[in-house]
Design a protein around this ligand. Structure first.
Ligand code: ADP
Length: 353
């Protein structure tokens, strides 16, 4: 009876990387109770699992809330190879169509005409803001020229954990993040050729285990190069957000990015104007939106907090939600979250024959 209660408590402990209860992941080998002392036999997925400390702490906290239990003996081991293979097969089974055409995950590719317009900063903050609304959010940093996402989210140097041939992405502020920067030293990816980039992105979409995401964001490189085309081919059902600054020159190149996305079958859903204010001229967002026939979904003001948050790895939407840029990004997140929930709640159209 009490060991059932301990198991029930353990069902609330979630593996921070796989984001499933440890009981569902076959990580709890055995639970025994002797008087007021519980013994839990835990099997980690891999040796040196970076999440081990968190899991052990959470187990301790959960088990000691069970009435009648005031001592915990936690035996920590590692899965055998066949156990791990069985787990990987099971996880794969739930995600073979992870981001296929009939996925329920909303996929937003964020593009811009040129670099330096704030695309990565906004994408990272938008991801954190969406996660804060309770959605499960993944972020793929495919910006070969920058891969600045790990820096903006404060996870520089973190790498995915390998479980069999699956990769568990690091989680930052509730967002599962994978970046080309996690696979290269320095900035060598800039010189990667199209086929290697294509394979890498394909691998991100198949071998990185994101779990059941509500939203996947992709930070694309600026412009209309190989990565944009690969994403267009691999995810033709993705929706595209175009980031521009207010200057007319920026607007021209931003429009081109939107048009290329459209050629691959993707739908441009709106424009985000960044660094809105007197300083940089005006009208860029409206101009791109008018030419692409989509709305301006947000105007993000210049903000020291947004920039500093990116430099220090603490996104402003998290550190200072009252900052005007954070307010604008949170409001954009609410708009997107509403569309996302609509879709998730909708029955698939099935027409009787
Ligand atoms: P991109 O991804 O388009 O190349 P980044 O996101 O790297 O651009 O942003 C370029 C620089 O501009 C960064 O230093 C970032 O902190 C800063 N930045 C972006 N948006 C704003 C803003 N609204 N206010 C102030 N600084 C910003």
């Amino acid at each position: 009876m009490t060991s059932d209660a301990v198991r029930a408590a353990l069902a609330h402990v979630v593996d921070p990387e796989i984001r499933r209860p440890i009981t569902e992941l076959d990580m709890v080998r055995a639970v025994t109770v002797d008087g007021s002392r519980a013994t839990v036999d835990l099997r980690l997925t891999i040796i040196g699992c970076p999440a081990a400390e968190t899991i052990e702490r959470d187990i301790r906290a959960a088990v000691l809330t069970v009435p009648g239990i005031d001592e915990l003996d936690l035996v920590v081991g590692v899965m055998t190879v066949p156990e791990r293979e069985a787990l990987v097969a099971r996880l794969r089974g739930t995600r073979t169509t992870q981001f296929g055409p009939d996925t329920l995950t909303k996929i937003y590719a964020v593009t811009s005409g040129k670099g330096g317009v704030g695309k990565s900063t906004l994408t990272a903050n938008l991801a954190v803001a969406l996660a804060a609304t309770g959605l499960k959010v993944g972020l793929i940093d495919a910006d070969v020229f920058g891969f600045s996402i790990p820096g903006i989210l404060g996870i520089v140097g973190e790498k995915p954990t390998k479980v069999g041939d699956l990769m568990m992405p690091p989680v930052a502020h509730g967002v599962s993040v994978i970046s080309i920067g996690m696979f290269v030293d320095g900035s060598t990816a800039v010189s990667w050729r199209g086929p290697l980039l294509h394979r890498t992105i394909q691998q991100f979409l198949t071998d990185v285990w994101f779990g059941d995401l509500d939203v996947l964001l992709l930070d694309l490189p600026p412009g209309t190069g190989d990565v944009a085309i690969s994403i267009g081919q691999l995810l033709p059902h993705a929706e595209v957000l175009v980031v521009t600054t207010p200057q007319p020159a920026a607007a021209d190149v931003a429009e081109r990015s939107g048009l290329v996305a459209r050629q691959t079958g993707q739908t441009v859903i709106g424009v985000i104007e960044n660094m809105t204010g007197e300083l940089f001229g005006s009208g860029g967002g409206d101009a791109v939106a008018a030419r692409l026939d989509v709305p301006v979904l947000a105007r993000i003001p210049l903000s020291v907090g947004l920039r500093e948050g990116g430099d220090t790895g603490t996104p402003v939407v998290f550190a200072d939600p009252s900052d005007p840029a954070a307010v604008a990004i949170l409001s954009l997140a609410a708009t997107l979250a509403a569309r996302t929930r609509d879709l998730a709640g909708r029955k698939l159209p099935i027409s009787p024959r």
